[in-house]
Ligand binder design. Structure first.
Ligand code: NAD
Length: 411
């Protein structure tokens, strides 16, 4: 399948185009767009894209008419819908779009209408659906091995370093520029809970706040930037050198440098370039003195048709970026830990059964690679209409949170 890709960042280039390197017979990138010249240069050198097919912005690429079988939209949250509308108008009929679709409910619905009118198939990158971990959980529930599903409890630990990088110092720190935290980070979780339950969500309530990453929690002696003589660095887990240049456990400078998130903060991946970026760029700021607004912990209660209930917790304060789940049925329970790939089935009338799931080694527990395989073979399960259910759950949860936890109906 030939692809055009708009947005050659961590997702567009490092996750989806990277699939071409491992599956050259299945994927060929023929056109790309990004304002960063060094990314375009990589598209030419590493992916064989013709220079005449490199554009400096999505609009330029989309004004050329249809250049490929499919289009990947991997730009920032607020750009997805305007670019998808232009792509539909240009004639693209297969689009792989990053989540969230949009922080605007109206834009989400406008896109759905336009896609349906044009018979354009849009797949949203809800990568968890494509992981062996969640597919195994879904198969276990649907097999009836724990009887009838009654409720479930899911936790997403964002990881202290991931929170600091993306949601305190980085791209998604302000909801007025991108999206609220639940929509940005945990629309995946809303989607996967909806998928596992297999029934529509009827009502949501939520509470949460920005508790920790605020100026009033700055330790004594904290500087505005870590490398500017901060007196609190030794004990601070969020110190930029610890996150971007060191081994996280030992704190010893790493050689070679860690990959993600260090590779995101500057174009040249050398110790000097990283130090320069930390000295002057956004990722060297004190986590207590940024202009972040998104919450660092949030809880959601969800009711589904048929009386099934679910609870979800998002927290910044975990050591790893990590998801766990407990699922309760009338004849047994399931416990799952995505990081370990371990699922424990505990039927009431039997011994424990341990299921170890292994993934294909691609990002998001194998979800990134499997999503590409399923997209190419037209077997994806996260179409736009289905995916928007998770977005509506997020919008309702945010409405509830801002109103002190009021229960918001989705019917
Ligand atoms: N599915 C997932 O699990 C997952 C994970 C992380 C991020 N995301 C989503 O993916 C999207 C991109 O995230 P990322 O981490 O790759 O960000 P990124 O900043 O690394 O990449 C975005 C790229 O878009 C480019 N860009 C900006 N304006 C453009 C324009 N007008 N035309 C073309 N390119 C333009 C930027 O230069 C950059 O290279 C976000 O919406 C994010 O929410 C999804």
């Amino acid at each position: 399948m030939t692809f055009s890709v708009v947005g050659l960042g961590s997702r567009g280039m490092d996750s989806y185009m990277a699939f071409q390197k491992t599956h050259p017979r299945l994927m060929k990138t023929v056109a790309v767009a990004d304002p960063r010249p060094e990314r375009l240069k990589r598209a030419v050198e590493e992916y064989g894209v013709d220079e005449s097919m490199c554009f400096s912005c999505a609009d330029e690429l989309l004004s050329q008419g249809v250049l490929s079988d499919a289009l990947i939209i991997a730009t920032q949250d607020r750009d997805h819908v305007p670019q998808a509308l232009k792509a539909i108008e240009a004639g693209y009929r297969r689009i792989l779009m990053e989540k969230p679709v949009s922080p605007s409910k109206d834009d989400c619905l406008r896109l759905l209408e336009a896609a349906q009118a044009a018979s354009c198939e849009i797949t949203v990158c809800h990568v968890l659906r494509y992981t062996p971990f969640y597919r195994t959980l879904k198969a276990l529930i649907d097999s009836g091995r724990i009887g009838r599903l009654v409720n479930l409890d899911a936790v997403e630990g964002v990881g202290y370093f991931h929170m600091a990088h993306s949601f305190v110092r980085g791209n998604w720190r302000r909801e007025d520029e991108t999206s609220p935290m639940l929509l940005q980070k945990s629309c995946h979780d809303m989607d996967i809970i909806r998928y596992l339950v297999g029934r529509p969500c009827t009502a949501v309530s939520s509470t949460g706040s920005l508790l920790w990453f605020r100026p009033d929690n700055a330790p004594e002696g904290a500087a505005m930037r870590c490398l500017d003589g901060c007196a609190a660095r030794d004990r601070c887990p969020f110190d930029c050198e610890k996150i971007y240049m060191s081994d996280k456990r030992s704190g010893i400078l790493a050689n070679p440098l860690p990959t993600w998130p260090t590779e995101v903060i500057c174009d040249s991946y050398s110790p000097q370039a990283v130090t320069d970026a930390l000295r002057s760029g956004p990722y060297g700021r004190c986590v207590y003195h940024c202009d972040n607004t998104v919450v660092d912990h949030q809880c959601v209660m969800l009711s589904f048709e048929g009386g099934v209930e679910a609870t979800f917790t998002m927290t910044a304060f975990s050591r790893e970026n990590h998801r766990t789940i407990r699922i309760f049925g009338t004849e047994g329970e399931i416990q799952g830990d995505m990081l370990d790939g371990r699922i424990l089935l505990r039927r009431f009338d039997n011994d424990d059964e341990v299921i170890n799931v292994s993934d294909n080694g691609s990002g998001h527990g194998g979800g990134d690679g499997q999503l590409m395989l399923d997209f190419i073979s037209q077997e994806t399960t996260s179409g736009l209409e289905v995916s928007l259910e998770s977005h509506l759950m997020c919008f309702a949860a945010e409405e509830s949170r801002l109103e002190g936890g009021r229960r918001v109906s989705l019917r």
